[in-house]
Design a protein around this ligand. Sequence first.
Ligand SMILES: [Ca+2]
Ligand SMILES: [Ca+2]
Length: 299
Amino acid sequence: MYGTGTVWCQSASEAAAWKADPAGQAAKAAAEAAAEATAKRDRETAFQTAVAAAKAAAPALAAAFRALEPGSDGESPFGAMKWIPAGTFSMGSPSSEAGRDDNETQHQVTLTKGYWMMEHEVTQGEWLAVMGTNPSHFTACGPTCPVEMVSWDDAVAFAKAASKRDRVKYKLPTEAQWERAARGGRTGEVYAGGNELRAVGWTKENSDSKTHGVCQKQRNGYGLCDMSGNVLEWTLDWYDKAYPGTTTDPVGAPSGSDRVVRGGSWNNGPAFARVANRSWMNPGYFPGYQGVRLVRSSP
Ligand SMILES: [Ca+2]
Ligand SMILES: [Ca+2]
């Protein structure tokens, strides 16, 4: 700290500027404080507007979503829901994939039922409209940025509250549902939506150490955004290094200490954003890079 006789400064150059022109510096500081206060007010207004709009629109959107036929994409109170078809796909990574680990052995998995998945990570505005709180660290990012600092228990509570509000059965995706959705019905893509990571997601390489508004990057084959990067996403499954024994509608280990989290985040390097990458986290942990996205099973 540098004293000037009037204020304490963070640097010697700042202190010199105060000594040379105290009135000018005081005016500048006041203008900066006023701009910051305005930005904060605008942000709060943006949140209030988004939440009011979300709450007003939810009943009609939920009714339409409840009536939607399996097999079709549709609108929901959480924006577009993309239909992910039943089928067999290749889960895990080929041994040639750079950055892979030995918990990704490639194998065929069959999902016997299709399901809808949110095109984007649950946003701060959407979380606030359902839960009445915003636990996020990056509130300056605004209502269309992903919610973070949510534990697995928080995410499950959110799915329950949203299900009650919309009278739709939302859940966290199983790990297999998450990976099938992230693959987008394509083969040969390392990241969700392509092999150029910067084009499809926010990771440590391009995030500027923060979250970003959802759906700013290229979508994947099913029209989903940010399956690689931005925030990590909880899945329903307990983590085990070995995949579940069954390859038809697998549901994860019967018990465990950590839940599977997928897709990497603004805080992780490129290897974590690979579609095949499997990470895990204590269900009670809620860092500023942990978010969620929900699915709805077909009726
Ligand atoms: Ca993500
Ligand atoms: Ca890994």
